[in-house]
Design a protein around this ligand. Structure first.
Ligand SMILES: [Zn+2]
Ligand SMILES: [Zn+2]
Length: 314
């Protein structure tokens, strides 16, 4: 049996271990991907720390995968060996429960699966994924660029908002991120330490949409008052603390707070084509597979500019 290198966690809070494993064979309805790049995401801590209900060990983390299809299981109609594909957070669904029949695969009630949590992910030279969760990667994007799309937040959110035609405001702690936010196209910048972000947003007319990419409920609460009439706070950061909201702040101006855990494979594919078309690019620090632990620390430190990406197949 041919072997591959993989980085696994064998118990909750255990270390990352570089191991040799047999290259897995794709079962019915699945594809094998030769992994070229895999983003390291804050949500990989669910695997590292054992925080996801029902997770089994050992487990290979990684849900920001970009690579090439190198083998097909039986019954895979839509993919060919050699196609470049990515796999994101949404790792599978049953296809027949009420949610799935409504086309809402992410909230599948029977078999919702998460890449790198329900099954082994992209911290490896090869991985297996259900054919339904793969997204085609356009030729214009390199594997390292494509991986983080499947999961990257802040610096990409600014670029998307700008390219979608919004008057865009970057908000972060301190002044050091201002030049970059402006370079990425933000018209305004608010230093949430030195200024009251809600008041500053209201001076600009109030936000239509605030993308909350931080993993900090207090920071989310601090911008809430900056929503304009009908404004929406979209929660993308997985903060566990309580968010305090005065109901009146939502009521009068028809404001709302919604969560968005992830899209499905076609959302990823649309995002990748939009990125290729509009020139949105991720900025990455690249680590080889064997330095996954160091890359993870770097990501957790919050100092990375901006995504940390492993390159197992480089
Ligand atoms: Zn389902
Ligand atoms: Zn992610």
């Amino acid at each position: 049996m041919a072997k591959m290198r993989a980085v696994q966690v064998s118990r909750p809070k255990g270390p990352f271990e570089l191991v040799e494993r047999e290259i897995p064979e794709p079962g019915a309805g699945s594809i094998r991907i030769k992994v070229q790049a895999c983003g390291i995401c804050h949500s990989d801590m669910y695997t590292k720390e054992g925080l996801y209900p029902g997770i089994q060990y050992p487990r290979v983390p990684g849900h920001e995968v970009a690579g090439v299809i190198d083998a097909l299981g039986s019954g895979v109609a839509q993919w060919k060996v050699g196609q470049r594909v990515g796999v994101g957070w949404h790792g599978g669904h049953c296809g027949y429960c009420d949610s799935c029949r409504r086309g809402d695969f992410l909230t599948c009630q029977v078999a919702p699966r998460v890449t790198g949590i329900s099954y082994d992910g992209g911290y490896a030279e090869y991985m297996i994924a259900p054919a339904a969760v793969a997204a085609l990667i356009p030729d214009e994007l390199s594997p390292v660029e494509a991986g983080p799309w499947i999961g990257g937040l802040g610096h990409l959110g600014i670029q998307y908002a700008v390219k979608m035609g919004f008057r865009t405001v970057g908000i972060a702690r301190g002044k050091d991120k201002e030049p970059l936010a402006k370079k990425l196209g933000a018209r305004h910048y608010i230093d949430s330490q030195g200024q009251d972000p809600a008041a500053e947003l209201m001076k600009l007319g109030g936000a239509k949409v605030i993308l909350a990419t931080v993993t900090d409920a207090k920071a989310m609460g601090a911008v809430l008052g900056g929503l304009g009439i009908g404004g929406k706070l979209i929660i993308l950061g997985a903060a566990a603390e309580t968010l305090e909201v005065p109901p009146l702040a939502l009521l009068g101006g028809r404001r709302s707070i919604v969560g968005w855990p992830s899209g499905t494979s076609i959302d990823s594919q649309d995002t990748l084509s939009f990125s290729a078309l509009s020139g949105v690019r991720s900025m990455n620090e690249v680590f080889p597979l064997e330095r996954a632990a160091e890359g993870y620390e770097r990501m957790m430190s919050g100092k990375a500019k901006f995504r940390v990406v492993l390159t197992p197949g480089a």
